[in-house]
Design a protein around this ligand. Sequence first.
Ligand SMILES: C=CC1=C(C)c2cc3[nH]c(cc4nc(cc5[nH]c(cc1n2)c(C)c5CCC(=O)O)C(CCC(=O)O)=C4C)c(C)c3C=C
Ligand SMILES: [Fe+2]
Ligand SMILES: [Fe+2]
Length: 349
Amino acid sequence: MKKLAVVLFNLGGPDSPEAVRPFLFNLFNDPAIIGAPTPVRWALAQVISRRRAPVAREIYQHLGGRSPLLPHTEDQARALEGALAGAADEVRVFIAMRYWHPMTDETVAAVKQFGPDQVVLLPLYPQYSRTTSGSSIGQWRARAAAAGLRAPTTTVCCYPTDPGFVQAQAALVADALDALEAERGDHPPPRVLFSAHGLPKKVIAGGDPYQWQVEQSAAAVAAALNRPDLDWRVTYQSRVGPLEWIGPATDSEIEAAGREGKPLVVVPIAFVSEHSETLVELDIEYGELAHTSGVPLYRRVSTVLSAPVFVDGLAGLVRRAAGAAAETTLSQQGGRICPGTCGQCPNRA
Ligand SMILES: C=CC1=C(C)c2cc3[nH]c(cc4nc(cc5[nH]c(cc1n2)c(C)c5CCC(=O)O)C(CCC(=O)O)=C4C)c(C)c3C=C
Ligand SMILES: [Fe+2]
Ligand SMILES: [Fe+2]
């Protein structure tokens, strides 16, 4: 093959305080986030983004007024390009963010200019949700078709138990557990909370495989740690809005650990880089909550970022997808919506 384009999808984040409101508007105006008819959704997105902006601006103020998500994703793109050397005569890795720049239209234009013989779409979300990967994939397909980008396109829908992802995350957890063991003293052994971004319950009830895949990821990392008595559980963070979200909530579990006098090791299991949800919510907000709740030791494990074993895993997924060659389309499998290239989603009862 002559030219291979890989497109990394992620959520995006504001690059200045002025970008916070339009970023939030783009998020709440996504039909995958608010499923109302277009004019109603547009009006709701205006209202909610205006109301949320001051809170969100304060969150991003802790990070110097901008999200570090894009720089981390650029590092990952460069590392993946390196790991894919030789997979085609020319390999280029692009980034398409869903709610802030570089956004889908800009990246479609850049990929078209590159003139690939094949495109592989690779969400930087290990677990598939129609609100994240599904939204990015759907928008890419619509905009690529509109722009006349017709290269054969294959999608890696998800990789919740990919050995590269699991090993990279497990190595980081093992380091944290070892360091904590050295300073634990008379405190009881720690509990590990695998914390994932939550979702409204109705999204899961509609057949979204996300929660099931998060559980698969956490179980795979726990198994890779190979510590028989490890106390671990899956929790969900980042609830916004009035709907009921899936639980247990990470903050409630932190309070519970405080009551039990348990040290905590918190592991982000649905993110592969650092941003407001890890650096502010987990480190600052939940760090303070742990302190006031009486948690004796609180450690937050890093995301995998550009860990070589993770990037090599991604490169393997891309090589397999490029080899599959066939155009994949969203399909309904086993009552669960998944593009169906992972071979893991359909078998859920
Ligand atoms: C697994 C990843 C994510 C899922 C699932 C997800 C669903 C989801 N998110 C919102 C609302 C917000 N999310 C915000 C930030 C944010 N969300 C994710 C990932 C997932 N979201 C990331 C990586 C980030 C951080 C972006 C960055 O800092 O660069 C925000 C903005 C911050 C804030 O105001 O708290 C909102 C709002 C909904 C409603 C939703 C599912 C329905
Ligand atoms: Fe989110
Ligand atoms: Fe899948």
